[in-house]
Ligand binder design. Structure first.
Ligand SMILES: [Ca+2]
Length: 199
């Protein structure tokens, strides 16, 4: 029979295992400049693998990889064009799996940078949103709004982009007419309507 104290200890143990990151030392790796294995001047995943002994020696508990997905690199890889693959300059999915296995073999943990709140304007979903009609599911994944004024000539509000200029861009609809405004707080990485569309 489990006495209350034992149950309490089990819960505490589970909780601390879940929250290992609270007191872990994590080494953030900006992949593009960390280590270049094939000598093309751009960091890559095999470069990280070649430095795992060094990272282990430093005494870190985990490594954190900045976004390594296919990207036009307008925003240092945070403008993700495909969340399901690896940027061609960094390696392949197989090489990424090799890194994950090697990290675990070294007794370390690995954190992958996931960026769900915006995507590249080259992401398939954004291209579909531009081609689709106002009010469609495809458009609802991003922040499209009607402009103000009789013909939508004014932006919906006065938001500014952190990249400079207004946050809103007026698009041309499929019929060739000026259409809705698209809100990009991180142009050219349009903000998604996460979490409402992804929950
Ligand atoms: Ca390289």
């Amino acid at each position: 029979m489990l006495v209350p104290e034992t149950i309490k200890n089990m819960k505490a143990s589970k909780s601390s295992e879940k929250q290992w990151w609270r007191d872990a030392v994590t080494y953030q790796i900006y992949i593009r400049s960390f280590a270049d294995e094939n000598g093309d001047g751009i960091g890559d995943i095999k470069g990280i693998i070649s430095r795992l002994d060094y990272l282990k020696e430093l005494g870190v508990d985990a490594i954190w990889i900045t976004p390594w997905y296919p990207s036009p690199q307008h925003d240092n890889g945070y403008d993700v064009a495909d969340f399901m693959d690896i940027h061609h300059e960094y390696g392949t999915l197989d090489i990424a799996q090799e890194l994950i296995d090697e990290v675990h073999r070294a007794g370390l943990r690995i954190i992958i940078d996931m960026v769900p709140n915006h995507s590249s304007n080259e992401h398939q979903w954004f291209e579909e949103a531009l081609k689709s009609k106002p009010g469609s599911v495809e458009r609802s994944r991003y922040l499209f709004r009607d402009g103000k004024g009789e013909n939508g000539e004014n932006p919906p509000n006065n938001w500014q982009s952190v990249f400079g200029g207004p946050a809103w861009t007026r698009i041309t609809e499929g019929n060739g007419e000026l259409g809705q405004r698209e809100g990009t707080s991180r142009c050219p990485s349009p903000g998604t309507s996460w979490p409402t569309r992804f929950a």
